[in-house]
Design a binder for this molecule. Sequence first.
Ligand SMILES: Nc1ncnc2c1ncn2[C@@H]1O[C@H](COP(=O)(O)OP(=O)(O)OP(=O)(O)O)[C@@H](O)[C@H]1O
Ligand SMILES: [Mg+2]
Length: 234
Amino acid sequence: MSPATPVSTAYASSTQQLQSVLTATGIEKAYRRGVWPARRSLTVLRGADLSLAHGEVVGLVGENGSGKSTLMKILVGALRPDAGTVSYDGRLGYCPQEPIVYERLTCDEHFELFGRAYGMAPEAERRARRAIYESLSFERHAATRSDQLSGGTLSKLNLGLALLADPEVLLLDEPYAGFDFDTYLKFWDLVGQRRQAGRSVLIISHFVTDEERFDRIVQLRDGKTQPRDGKAVA
Ligand SMILES: Nc1ncnc2c1ncn2[C@@H]1O[C@H](COP(=O)(O)OP(=O)(O)OP(=O)(O)O)[C@@H](O)[C@H]1O
Ligand SMILES: [Mg+2]
């Protein structure tokens, strides 16, 4: 599901954030479960802050259930926070943890559909699609329906759809979990190209193996973000 559309007035595409391309401040979120009288509330985020500068590649780490996906859904506007604000410049591309695809559509048809949703001219969409097929090596699956793709190829499609419109900010929720090593390396080539082009990338991961590939790593713990030891603090 991308691109994201702002869902509330708390979200504003801003040209005032000169250094940050995306800024989230004081994000709070609790999930309410059950019905009265057995209603319970689970507080996940307790004032999380996050900012991304132009051309910055940031890792967001934390234990299972620490709220990484919740925070990213709030950043892209798929989920409304209880408190806090999010502002960003330009376009967001979002790659959800669970691919959201249409099982009866082929890869080509997905790109066409998303290209139209992004308002891309057909030729620009086809050019971007070819580049994505090439950089992630899955052109041979162009005419394969998504319900017949392997898990790794489905992850490539999920990532490709987020990349299609060349967003200023790319938000990826565990993008390489299903990738083989060769694809993992291609993924990092792609991230490097985006950094060079001044595009920003936020990558959620359970654990970060290649720390040097990130400019900065942020840890989510007890509902708050903190710089992870050993990496520079922005
Ligand atoms: N829609 C929901 N309704 C109720 N609780 C939810 C919902 N979505 C997430 N949660 C709960 O909120 C907490 C944070 O979930 P979230 O998916 O954000 O964590 P995460 O850090 O992404 O975890 P993982 O590493 O497993 O992907 C978890 O305890 C989860 O069970
Ligand atoms: Mg998650």
